[in-house]
Design a protein around this ligand. Structure first.
Ligand SMILES: C[S@@+](CC[C@H](N)C(=O)[O-])C[C@H]1O[C@@H](n2cnc3c(N)ncnc32)[C@H](O)[C@@H]1O
Length: 351
């Protein structure tokens, strides 16, 4: 009989196949077609509704039935449906599958990065698909994310309600900026990112709203324009600092943009510092995977050095802040793999 780890090794390929199948179901809208139907559907009906080739779809349906994602009623032809209690969970799983699909797209390029004579990294701009993955993931969790930030930072909700100036550096597609601008109409929100793809998606979404308190610009966090200096009551980076080739430089740039009593909150991913203690920890495995396929290569993508990566520890983040022009006030961490590091500007005498 196979031991536990052997069973796991043997199932890794089939589980990966399931993840890619989930991504296809999500991106091609197949789950939506099946869920929207009040009755179980034949493969021909699903193909017609989804404008897909029936023959390919039949292979996908077989994979999903075997994986117990979709149910089939016996008949000639068979009819397919999604169990009521699977529907909600499937939405989230499809998004996770898309992240896995983004790894698969990069597989050969990341393999080349491992080699000493290979490239240093990969630019996000060469793989723009990743921004739509970030966007879908962030949209699904934006309300919870903002609640978590407000719970982690004492007094922030009240200040946002009164009206302050806020910047989200590395805002990606701007989901958090738009959500906060909607929730706190008295405050002003600016989103900034180095990526033209990210900012153009953010601007497109902004144009679909009536918001007058949100703006976006394309900037490099390692060299921010002077007109942003001294401007903000609150600066946020969410899931960004570990992606940077020069994270210390970025923290010092952020310090320059704060008002004298401004706050900076670094929301970032972490794994435990003790590498020997993570054996059997799936979340750490997932974060090292994320780092290996996306974060580490992206940090060196524009010819820079390799950054900390998504699997850095809270202790490494604290050591970085200690070297910077910022001072750690408090770290709040309700989730084991994510922390909010709340910082203020060091006084000039301390610098
Ligand atoms: C993992 S994504 C997070 C995006 C966004 N904060 C969110 O949570 O959806 C990291 C972001 O950092 C941005 N980024 C990377 N290097 C940057 C730099 N030097 N200056 C500004 N943004 C940068 C990337 O373009 C990307 O949008």
């Amino acid at each position: 009989m196979a031991s536990g780890w052997m069973t796991r090794l043997m199932s890794s390929g089939t589980e990966g196949t399931l993840a890619l199948g989930l991504a296809l179901g999500h991106e091609l809208g197949i789950f939506d077609v099946i869920m929207a139907s009040p009755e179980p559907m034949t493969s021909q009906e699903i193909a017609e509704k989804g404008k897909l080739k029936e023959r390919y779809l039949r292979e996908w349906l077989g994979c999903m039935v075997a994986g117990e994602v979709i149910q089939a009623n016996r008949g000639n032809p068979e009819r397919y449906y999604i169990a009521e209690d699977h529907k909600g969970a499937l939405e989230g799983m499809g998004i996770a599958g898309r992240l896995f699909a983004a790894y698969a797209v990069r597989y050969d390029a990341v393999k080349a990065c491992f080699r000493q004579d290979g490239p240093a990294g990969l630019s996000h701009s060469d793989y723009p698909d990743v921004f739509s993955v970030f966007h879908v993931m962030r949209e699904a969790s934006a309300t919870d994310t903002i609640d978590n930030i407000l719970n982690a930072v004492p007094g922030l909700a009240a200040k946002l309600g009164e009206g302050i100036d806020v910047v989200d550096f590395g805002c990606g597609t701007g989901v958090l900026v738009l959500e906060m601008a909607k929730r706190f109409p008295s405050s002003r929100f600016h989103g900034s990112d180095i990526s033209s793809q990210g900012i153009s998606i953010a601007l497109k979404h902004l144009a679909q709203t009536q918001l007058t308190n949100a703006t976006f610009s394309q900037d490099d966090l390692l060299s921010l324009p002077e007109h942003l200096h001294g401007k903000y009551d609150w600066a946020l980076t969410y899931d960004v600092i570990h992606d940077l080739s020069e994270p210390l430089k970025a923290l010092n740039e952020i310090a320059l943009c704060l008002k004298p009593d401004g706050l900076y909150v670094m929301g970032d991913l972490h794994t435990p510092k003790d590498r020997c203690g993570i054996a059997g920890d799936d979340s750490s495995m997932g974060l090292y995977g994320l780092s290996m396929f996306l974060c580490l290569p992206a940090s060196a993508g524009e010819g820079g050095a390799l950054g900390p990566g998504a699997a850095w520890s809270k202790e490494e983040a604290h050591a970085l802040i200690a070297q910077s022009r910022l001072e750690l006030v408090q770290s709040a961490s309700r989730q084991p793999y994510f922390a909010y590091h709340i910082c203020k500007k060091r006084s000039t005498a301390q610098q």
